[in-house]
Design a protein around this ligand. Structure first.
Ligand code: ADP
Length: 680
């Protein structure tokens, strides 16, 4: 086949072009069309005559949507006589429609090697292009949308943060506003109690005081749940003595239980003595469980039990249960009582009162402590409320509880409740005693006789006051009447700490009265006194608050206290309380004045009582300033804070304060803390 035959004739070109959507073209050295497929008009909508002799650039410049950068690059490639592929440009048809074309081309030369122009193919890509444009528009719309939504959610977050901050500020203000008048009510009631002697008026005063306490507990719950729900509550992190915490918790409930004739049993034998966590939150939950148990139980007993549910090298899950023999809760109600404001049935509020917040707070508290809460209950039989909490282990050498004189001494435990028997026996074993338990007064009498006959007499007998057959007072009378070689020391065990029982116990020959729930420390104290002192010197050991007011008067009279408080009525109350305890009081109206007074006196104050929320300069800033300006000054600063929970207190400690009393101030607590710091 000759070259001539291989050359593409016009006819051939025409056929190729017709069989495809593409077309052929040729341009001269100025890039003007010198050849185009015959059917070009049907493919681009423009007559061939219109196109011939024009350059692509001329045709394209009629439109603005050709990116100029692309054309510059394309023209540079043409000037360099380079081949090009798929160059896309936009041109208008004669009726004004925009078309997109894609062209590819190669340069061609004459026999002398002179550049003659370009030849190539063209194609209509309007459809693909508009799809791309659509896609592009869609993508940039999406990007815009994402940007807009991100901005919106950032704004939303900012709004939520500022709403939560506003809520915290509102809560702090509410707390302050409510507690300030409460402080006046509590304080003035305390002061009046000293001045009034008429029984009828004292009775009314007691009612004022009880109502104030009730109001305060409702306010505390409402503020607390709002605080927890707005995420503003934090947990304390400290080592605490478990038995002490349980003792405080049960002493809050003991009187109420006793008034209803309910037995309160505490069993925390298997728990460690010291743990790490937030004792205030834990106490709050247990007080709520125990308070409800007393409220909803008419007769029977209430048991507080503590166990280790799981353990690792560093921490443990502790489970507390409060069991009652009360009215119980229906399965339906069990599901909702842990929600805020929910009560088991509509009549509950009418019959028993309450806000329905305690269990909701308990649930939040448990979650905060990485635990849970729950209930098992049967209507008419009773309920068991439980909470688990993850608490840190504390490496302390277990305190030595053994009383040397007690080791091996036979001890009789007389109690009709098996659980109380078990708890008391276990505690007595820890001290070194050898306990034997019996269920009734009659059994006690025969046990004492047999032991005496067999020359293994009981050294001590712990006898419960309330038992079905003989009560504690009758049992001792019968024991004392027995012809024994050795009469045991007898200790009366009772939930009632009232003086008349103590007096009666003393008159019938009891050596001591032990108030339930018994603590290891309390038992130890009784046992060591009984076995180390000659004879049975009478003593009454109950978990009583130390009379710190009297201690202050006796040992710290004349100590100088700087009282920083802006409310005139609170100033008056605190001043009177402190002066009653023989302390010397100077008052500052705000933090600024406090700083000046604390730093300017030649001899430093013995103690500073600092309100937290005050005008001019608040308590935290004032404490900070005092500590910063006089780091050598070790005067204890005690915050008077409106919040019993950790976050406020943490701020106080961080500012250099030493301790805190929550408002409204309980005078006994105030004296206890002042005594603690003045006697350091
Ligand atoms: P409050 O006692 O102030 O109403 P709580 O949240 O502590 O609020 O309790 C919610 C409800 O759960 C109570 O109103 C009561 O109906 C029910 N409840 C709680 N504890 C007991 C219990 N030990 N026995 C029977 N019902 C209980």
């Amino acid at each position: 086949m000759s070259n001539a035959e291989n050359d593409l004739s016009n006819e051939r070109l025409h056929d190729f072009s017709r069989s495809s959507a593409d077309w052929f073209w040729e341009t001269d050295t100025d890039h003007r069309f010198t050849y185009l497929s015959d059917d070009i008009e049907s493919k681009v909508g423009v007559p061939i005559d219109y196109l011939m002799g024009k350059s692509r650039r001329e045709l394209a410049t009629q439109l603005t949507n050709n990116p100029p950068g692309d054309w510059e690059k394309h023209l540079a490639a043409l000037n360099a006589r380079e081949a090009f592929r798929d160059f896309e440009y936009c041109a208008l048809t004669l009726d004004g429609l925009a078309y997109w074309f894609s062209i590819s081309g190669v340069p061609f030369f004459d026999e002398q090697g002179e550049f003659r122009g370009y030849r190539g193919v063209g194609r209509d890509v309007t459809e693909t292009h508009s799809m791309q444009v659509e896609l592009h528009r869609y993508r940039s719309h999406l990007e815009d949308e994402v940007r807009r939504r991100t901005e919106e959610s950032l704004k939303e977050r900012e709004r939520a943060i500022s709403a939560s901050q506003a809520k915290s500020i509102f809560l702090a203000n509410m707390s302050h506003e409510i507690r300030t008048p409460m402080n006046a009510i509590v304080g003035l009631t305390h002061l009046l109690r000293k001045e009034i002697t008429a029984p009828a008026q004292l009775e009314k005063l007691a009612q004022v005081s009880a109502s104030a306490d009730h109001l305060l507990s409702v306010i505390n719950d409402i503020l607390d749940i709002s605080k927890i729900e707005s995420g503003n509550a934090a947990l304390d992190e400290l080592d605490f003595e478990l038995e002490g915490m349980i003792r405080r918790v049960s002493s809050v409930i003991a009187l109420r239980a006793q008034a209803k004739g309910l037995e309160l049993i505490v069993d925390i034998r298997t728990l460690p003595t010291v743990l790490h966590g937030d004792p205030t939150r834990l106490s709050q939950v247990l007080i709520n469980f125990l308070g409800n148990a007393v409220k909803f139980t008419v007769q029977g007993s209430i048991t507080l039990r503590g166990q280790i549910a799981a353990e690792t090298a560093t921490d443990m899950v502790v489970r507390f249960e409060v069991e009652d023999t009360g009215i119980g809760i229906s399965p339906d109600a069990q599901e909702k009582i842990f929600e805020a404001f929910e009560q088991a049935d509509q009549s509950t509020t009418r019959n028993y009162g309450g806000t329905g917040l305690g269990l909701a707070i308990a649930k939040h508290a448990a979650k905060m402590m990485k635990g849970d809460v729950g209930v098992r209950s049967m209507p008419g039989v009773g309920s068991v409320f439980w909470i688990t909490a993850r608490l840190g282990k504390v490496n302390v050498a277990g305190p030595e509880f053994i009383v040397p004189e007690a080791v091996g001494v036979s001890t009789l435990v007389v109690d009709d409740l098996p659980l109380t028997q078990a708890v008391h026996s276990q505690l007595l074993k820890c001290i070194g005693l050898n306990p034997i338990a019996v269920m009734s007064g009659q059994e006690a009498l025969s046990a004492v006789q047999i032991a005496d006959r067999e020359l293994h007499p009981f050294g001590i007998a712990f006898i419960d006051l309330h038992m079905p057959d003989l009560n504690g007072l009758e049992v001792i009378a019968k024991i004392r009447a027995l012809p024994l070689r050795y009469q045991p020391h007898c200790v009366l065990v009772t939930a009632a700490g009232i003086q008349s029982i103590v007096d009666e116990a003393k008159s019938v020959g009891y050596a001591a009265v032990l108030q339930k729930p018994a603590s290891l420390a309390g038992l130890r104290e009784i046992v060591s006194q009984l076995l180390t002192t000659q004879g049975s010197q009478f003593q009454y050991l109950k978990e009583e608050k130390r009379p710190c007011e009297a201690l202050l008067r006796e040992h710290k009279a004349g100590c100088r206290i700087l009282l920083v408080e802006d409310e005139p009525i609170n100033q008056m109350i605190a001043r009177e309380l402190l002066e009653d305890a023989s302390l010397v009081v100077h008052v500052a109206d705000n933090g600024q004045q406090a700083v000046e007074m604390a730093l300017s006196t030649p001899s430093p104050y013995d103690l500073i009582l600092m309100d937290v929320q005050m005008p001019v300069l608040d308590g935290i800033a004032a404490a900070h300033c005092i500590r910063e300006k006089r780091p050598d000054l070790h005067t204890p600063i005690i915050a008077l804070t409106a919040n019993a929970f950790s976050d406020d207190r943490r701020k106080c400690l961080a500012a250099g304060m030493n301790d805190f009393v929550s408002k409204p101030v309980d005078p006994d607590v105030l004296f206890e803390i002042i005594w603690k710091w003045l006697s350091k």
